[in-house]
Design a protein around this ligand. Structure first.
Ligand SMILES: NC(=O)c1ccc[n+]([C@@H]2O[C@H](COP(=O)([O-])OP(=O)(O)OC[C@H]3O[C@@H](n4cnc5c(N)ncnc54)[C@H](O)[C@@H]3O)[C@@H](O)[C@H]2O)c1
Length: 331
């Protein structure tokens, strides 16, 4: 981005930008003319997903590398996606989550702050709420994570609050609900190799690349007995990151904001949308509830609307149709 009246070009560092949500956000940033550099280990994600965007392969915890990237590219803000995200796995390997998500993020903030970076947009999650006592859940609900993964994100939010208080690093923690779908223009999508999320797993089952989808819990106190979540289109998420960056650039205070549609959809409603998109039923079987799965979770998204001027523009049918179009052409 060229600062008005000056000949200084500043660049946004996108960590984890080769991953699912990161690559969609890189595309949106570049579409509005921002200079971007991506830092990603490529442990997950794909080099191809960032196209010709300047790319550095490496770890957010590598202080020498981060210092060099910040200096070489004149970084003034970070959009920080890089993390591990499998809540189930985090119970088996909590250290992996605390070391990478918390330790890595702290090293990143420390190195970047020393080099003068004072704005961070952080990928947080609705998992910081655990099982809230009421839905829709607002940002003022207690932070009460129920997995090491959720705890790692809550800890990073708190660390960012201290970086603001002590050193003036301002941040927006975006608490995503369930990211899903593929770019509406068909250019990007999710890699289903490692995703355990409902939409890609339904696509795998539809395309015969996986066994029938297991519906975990059919006896919940919901209209059709299955769990309810707030599915948000990945292009809408990307748009919210641009708005969060603008919010920080206008000099506003650090905050945490929910990103969800404000509407819950049950597992069976997602499967019906998948059937509408593909023209065939999703092979499925009923399974017992999984311990720790909330019954129903959707966002109060009034703050995103009020503070960022953001609204979800895509509903469940767009989410599932874009995912179907992506996965059925990228098996
Ligand atoms: N997908 C969702 O539904 C969802 C929901 C809530 C929050 N989030 C958060 O959003 C972020 C992005 O999620 P995603 O779905 O795009 O995940 P993803 O796995 O597709 O992307 C994460 C990227 O970060 C990279 N990475 C991981 N550790 C790194 C490190 N130490 N240094 C550099 N790169 C590293 C990976 O290689 C990968 O490309 C994550 O922080 C995740 O916790 C995701």
């Amino acid at each position: 981005m060229r600062l008005s009246g000056q000949n200084i070009t500043m660049t946004v560092l996108v960590t984890g930008g080769a991953g699912y949500i990161g690559s969609h956000t890189v595309k949106a940033l570049r579409a509005r003319g921002e200079d971007v550099v991506v830092l990603d280990t490529l442990e997950f994600g794909s080099r191809a997903a960032v196209g010709d965007t300047p790319f550095v392969q490496g770890d957010i915890a590598d202080e020498a590398l981060v210092s060099k990237v910040v200096a070489d590219h004149r970084i003034d803000a970070i959009v920080h996606f890089a993390a591990y995200k499998a809540a189930g796995e985090s119970f088996e390997m909590p250290g992996r989550y605390f070391l990478n998500n918390v330790g890595g993020s702290t090293r990143l903030f420390e190195t970047a702050q020393k080099a003068g970076v004072e704005q961070v947009v952080f990928s947080s999650t609705c998992a910081v709420y655990g099982t809230p006592s009421k839905v829709p859940v607002g940002e003022d609900a207690p932070v009460n994570p129920e997995s090491p993964y959720g705890e790692s994100k809550a800890l990073v939010e708190r660390i960012l609050a201290w970086y603001d208080r002590c050193l003036g690093v301002r941040s927006v923690s975006l608490r995503y609900f369930n990211a899903a779908g593929a770019a509406m223009d068909g250019t990007l999508g999710e890699d289903w190799t490692w995703s355990l999320n409902l939409v890609p797993v339904a696509m795998k089952a539809l395309l015969g690349a996986a066994p029938p989808l297991k519906i975990f819990g059919t006896d919940y106190p919901t209209p059709d007995g299955t769990a309810v979540r707030d599915y948000i289109h990945v292009d809408d998420l990307a748009d919210a990151h641009l708005r969060a960056l603008d919010y920080l650039r206008r000099g506003n205070a650090s905050t945490a904001i929910n990103l969800g549609t404000g509407t819950g959809s049950s597992v069976r409603e997602v499967l019906s949308a998948a059937e509408r998109a593909s023209g065939r039923p999703v092979p499925n079987e009923e399974s017992p509830r999984r311990p720790g799965d909330p019954i129903a979770l959707w966002a109060d998204n009034a703050k995103a609307r009020d503070v960022l001027g953001w609204n979800a523009s895509h509903g469940l049918d767009d989410i599932v149709a874009s995912a179907w179009s992506w996965h059925s052409s990228h098996i």
